[in-house]
Design a binder for this molecule. Sequence first.
Ligand SMILES: Cc1ncc(C[n+]2csc(CCOP(=O)(O)OP(=O)(O)O)c2C)c(N)n1
Ligand SMILES: [Mg+2]
Length: 317
Amino acid sequence: MSSIPISLLDLEDDASSCLAAEDYQKKEGKWCAGCGDFGALNAVKRLLAKEQLKPEKMAFVSGIGCSSRFPHYVNSYGFHGIHGRALPIATGLKLARPELDVFVVMGDGDCTSIGAGHWIHAIRYNTNMTVLLLDNNIYGLTKNQTSPTTPQGHTSMTSPRGSVLPALDPLQATLGVSNASFVAQTADWVPAHLYATLEAAYAHKGFSFVRILQRCPKFTEDVFAENVKNPDLTELLVHENGVNAPGLERLFKATRQHDPKEIDEARALAQRTDMLRLGLFFQDDSFPVYDEIRAVPPVSPEEKIQRLEKEFDRYAV
Ligand SMILES: Cc1ncc(C[n+]2csc(CCOP(=O)(O)OP(=O)(O)O)c2C)c(N)n1
Ligand SMILES: [Mg+2]
């Protein structure tokens, strides 16, 4: 195992390198103590090591937010983008460089507020990428403003008397879009489940959407506290085709058989508010994947110029 920090260049064409999870850490994560983003980063590093992904063969794309600092901490190509715009950037990257594994990391504000338009269309395009929504139910980086996923009644800088609207549920929204092909929910405080979910998401061909319930120790500490303390308040979705991790069924007393092929049941479960549910809600890998169906035959640079000239001629006066 390599234990020295590596650069992208060190790894080029070195088939003998075997990378440990820590080899994928670029810089120390600068998040608050107790932030759930650390757990997500650890699970990601474990996945990269398990898959032995080469840093020069993958890219992490993010928007803006605490969670969007992710690409700085992963030893890979990275694009710390613009608030809400991670998905169009990632889609363009995947289409231009199909050989890269593309990972997207967004916060709840990033994805479900300013980036909501992109989110809906990216789901429908079903481009092959692994998408992590780090949902701490708040705008963390800008210090405590209500986001669409903030629970109704929760106070913040922008809702001092409590958020007046019911929260937007990212699972329901995603499951409502045609061509959604992989929708899962996991939590930063259940590392075995988080890791198993990322494994399944990465293995899926298409747009794998993983909502990670993520603790923010500064502004939404109360939101998941009861679930963290008492596993009986969480129901685990289990199925032979779902996300399964050893030992979890002993930790969570409440389990439910749910076949992730069943879209109506997935939608009904996502809608329920009686318990928190972790698991694979829906998966169908037969849906059209945009990077495959748009396949255009390769065009030489000369031919591209010829085609452009022809287009320009159409507008000649
Ligand atoms: C166009 C634009 N609008 C607003 C901002 C300010 N801004 C930066 S991060 C952020 C919200 C971050 O919240 P979230 O996406 O939930 O990520 P978190 O910090 O909670 O991980 C906002 C409003 C910005 N950088 N750019
Ligand atoms: Mg947030």
